[in-house]
Design a protein. Structure first.
Length: 467
């Protein structure tokens, strides 16, 4: 039976002679109970610890109690636990032996993209126009709500997974299969060879009016304590630093050094710690937010703080709710998302001609290729345009030199020829170049180029037909 520890976790200990000792910790009692039930059932049957006959549900339960799962970040574990639900519903009863060839998983992948689930919303019936007030009230009270199909804002039906959602579900399934491979149950991971949906590409930047609205609210010191102003300040700081929204939501106050104009992001997406430069605009906003954080949440270690739904304890900032509030207030458009501020920072840096390696160190991208996906600049920096023009001018000069060599004349003679034949120099040069090619093929000398204005008319009599 699971043992509840003082820290709120549940401990499962199984000690049976002839079997390895099992000692695992779980976040919930249900997870601990399920794990203990599976393990004791195997031991009582005197079967090997894990075999291909175990179901996918049993494999998930064992994987969730393994070191492989516990070593992942809390956010990654939460994502896997939420995304695996759909896979457990469809694949939970299958044995690993039935999944090893990948055919069942491939069919499950296809069903993920084709699935259409209607979400029903309650809508009261309308009251007849001729009904009296008393009867109308009675009718409204007695009428049962009807269920009508609901639709999302983007036009897709609720329940249809996006490409990114499908990839996350398959990634959770792949994690279970990887655990099976590491425990020598399977030879290879059947999910790895499957073709997955292409990730959704977002190219949206911040609009001019959105950026103006955000910074007007963020810099308003008289109403800095209001929630909408704090939400705008979060987006504005992210726009100036180019960081990920999750990094800024977990930024600790003691990791900020405004005197040195630097701050430290811990435990980033790449698993490292990154120190970034704080520009002047961001310095003013961070200083204002530090004052508000000390006044409103003195016990919180975070720069931006939200309150937990249960208990009201301070937790890291819920930026998805902040973006939703800004949408509802009309500060940003309905299709605005948190990463648009990061994309705006990167695109503007590209337009300004910032070296890509310097930008990568600031934004924390793992590679230059990953950073290029954020390059949605509208044009080149003036210095870059000048370099492009210089390269084109050089190529034009080389092309002119090659043409002069092909015609057997000097560049000065070719320029003089073009000057004298301003009305049609390209036609004359083209004819002479064609003549040079024919002469080269027949091993004959090329006749010299003579401007048309200096060619004397022929005095030979014209031939007469029939003479």
């Amino acid at each position: 039976m699971p043992i509840k520890l003082p820290n709120g976790k549940f401990r499962v200990q199984i000690r049976i002679k002839g079997h390895p000792r099992i000692d695992q910790l779980f976040e919930t009692k249900k997870a601990a109970t399920d794990f203990e039930k599976v393990e004791r059932g195997r031991i009582e049957k005197n079967a090997p610890l894990y075999t291909l006959e175990m179901t996918f549900l049993e494999a998930w339960t064992a994987y969730r109690g393994s070191m492989l799962f516990r070593a992942k970040k809390a956010t990654t574990r939460a994502t896997e636990e939420s995304r695996i639900e759909r896979a457990l519903k469809e694949l939970g009863a299958y044995s690993l032996a039935q999944l090893v060839d990948g055919q069942v998983i491939a069919r499950f992948r296809d069903d993920l993209g084709a699935e259409k689930v209607k979400v029903m919303v309650r809508k009261p019936e309308a009251v007849p126009k001729k009904a009296s007030k008393a009867k109308a009230g009675k009718t409204l009270a007695a009428s049962k709500p009807k269920l009508v199909p609901g639709h999302r804002r983007d036009g897709k039906k609720d329940g249809t997974l996006s490409n990114d959602g499908q990839r996350l579900v398959l990634a959770a399934v792949s994690s279970v299969m990887l655990w099976a491979v590491e425990n020598r149950i399977m030879v290879y991971n059947p999910v790895r060879g499957l073709k997955k949906p292409k990730p959704g590409l977002r190219e949206r930047r911040m609009e001019r009016d959105e950026e103006l609205n955000i910074f007007l609210l963020a810099k308003n010191a008289t109403e800095a304590h209001k929630q909408r102003h704090e939400d705008a300040r979060f987006v504005a700081i992210q726009r100036e630093l180019g960081c990920r929204p999750g990094e800024l939501s977990g930024l600790l106050r003691h990791d900020i050094d405004l005197a040195a104009r630097a701050l430290r992001f811990r435990d980033t997406k790449n698993g490292d710690t990154r120190v970034v430069h704080v520009i002047r605009e961001a310095e003013v906003l961070i200083d204002l937010q530090l004052i508000q954080a000390e006044l409103q949440h003195p016990d919180s270690p975070f720069l931006f703080t939200s309150l937990a739904t249960k208990g009201g304890s301070p937790v890291r900032f819920q930026y998805t709710s902040a973006i939703k509030r800004l949408r509802e207030a009309g500060v940003v458009d309905d299709d605005f998302y948190a990463h648009a501020a990061r994309r705006e920072h990167c695109s503007a840096a590209f337009e300004a001609g910032l070296p890509i390696e310097d930008l990568r160190k600031q934004t924390g991208h793992r590679s230059v290729k990953a950073l290029e996906a954020y390059n949605k600049s509208d044009g080149l920096h003036p210095d870059a345009r000048a370099r492009v023009d210089a390269a084109a001018t050089l190529r034009t000069a080389e092309r002119f030199s090659d043409l002069a060599a092909a015609l057997g004349v000097s560049e000065e003679q070719l320029r003089e020829l073009q000057r004298l034949n301003a009305a049609g120099p390209l036609r004359l040069v083209g004819e002479t170049l064609q003549q040079a090619r024919v002469a080269k093929a027949m091993r004959r000398p090329v006749s010299p180029i003579v401007p048309k204005s200096t060619v004397a008319k022929s005095t030979a009599p014209k031939s007469t037909r029939g003479s």
